[in-house]
Ligand binder design. Sequence first.
Ligand SMILES: Cc1cc2nc3c(=O)[nH]c(=O)nc-3n(C[C@H](O)[C@H](O)[C@H](O)COP(=O)(O)O)c2cc1C
Length: 373
Amino acid sequence: MKKQLKIGGNIDGVGWNYMGWRHPDMPANASESIEYYVQKAKRLEEGKFDVIFLVDVSHIGPGMIPHYLSMFEGVTILSALSMVTHSIGLAATIATSYADPFTVARQMASLDKISNGRAAWNAITSNPGGLANYSRAHLSQADLYPMKKEFLEIVEGLWDSYEDDAFIRDKARGIFLDPEKMHPLNYRGQYFSVDGPLNISRSRQGRPVIFQAGNSPEFMNLASQHADAAFLRADNLEDAKLRSRELKRRVESQGRSFDDFLITIAHNPIVGRTEKEAEEKFRELQSLMPIYRIPKPKLFGSAEKVADEIERWYEAGALDLLLIRQEHPSGFDDFIDLVVPILQDKEIFRKEYESDTLRGNLGLPYPHNRYSI
Ligand SMILES: Cc1cc2nc3c(=O)[nH]c(=O)nc-3n(C[C@H](O)[C@H](O)[C@H](O)COP(=O)(O)O)c2cc1C
């Protein structure tokens, strides 16, 4: 049976455009407001969304969108959100070009335990500009994918440091750990060298879900081997179908089932009760800062029209996980109040969470520890 549609919410603070911060309903400091993030996280969970997804940027300049100029670091804010949510997943973007694999493995595994099995890591190369912020200016574009491959192999290896039953914690007998079930990594690569093991046990979902974002053939190759989900950019439905098909072909050629792999595409719907209401919201946004023009979103208009279009993308196999980002400050509310009930009536989206782990809700298999098999 085909999996139901999965939905994620990209919380972008003041928004992923230049003008949203000026809207009367948008706190101008939303990107650095814990209250704003808590409110949005709870709202997305009310909407039965699968995951809160945070994008990231590693280097900035004054011309960037306001959100990028003043924003929270992902794992930090998601740790806080894990305490005010129960079922929704928590995905942080961390670039493999800048960070250190031992640190990322540790941070993400901690978030996964703190949230009781709801963490996900979006592994990106990012663009080379950020290398200089992380003392890696000697590296270049050509290094990004070879480095990412090593990074992923190390993080996955570290997440298998302990088998599921490694910790005995028997007070009466005085036995804390079964040392046979602890495994160092001893990885030696061109970019990274890591002995391991990692000092944290596996979570209820085994290990965090891995997303990867990109578009190139190198990206597709690596994602087909080391990801549970791929976040793609697509210009239109035909483009999305082609990319999705190509990636799923690569996943199958790795001996994996493409049912265990999710294609993720972001949309920024502007929805109204009627077409006219959506037009008004679009015009209102444009009027906040007329020198910046935004294109009309692909998901635009009445809730029925938007829900039909989502169904078309989903049925065509162009996406498994729809990532919603707010163009207008009422974006999440409009989507949850107006579109979600139609998708539920169509029986392509859940009314209740199936699980309280992210893997459970996404319908992804439990990843067995490599040493236990
Ligand atoms: C859907 C999608 C999402 C991305 N998200 C981010 C992001 O949050 N932060 C970032 O620095 N780069 C992001 N990127 C850029 C990629 O990390 C990468 O620099 C870019 O896709 C070029 O690599 P590629 O040729 O392998 O696709 C994203 C790319 C895509 C396609």
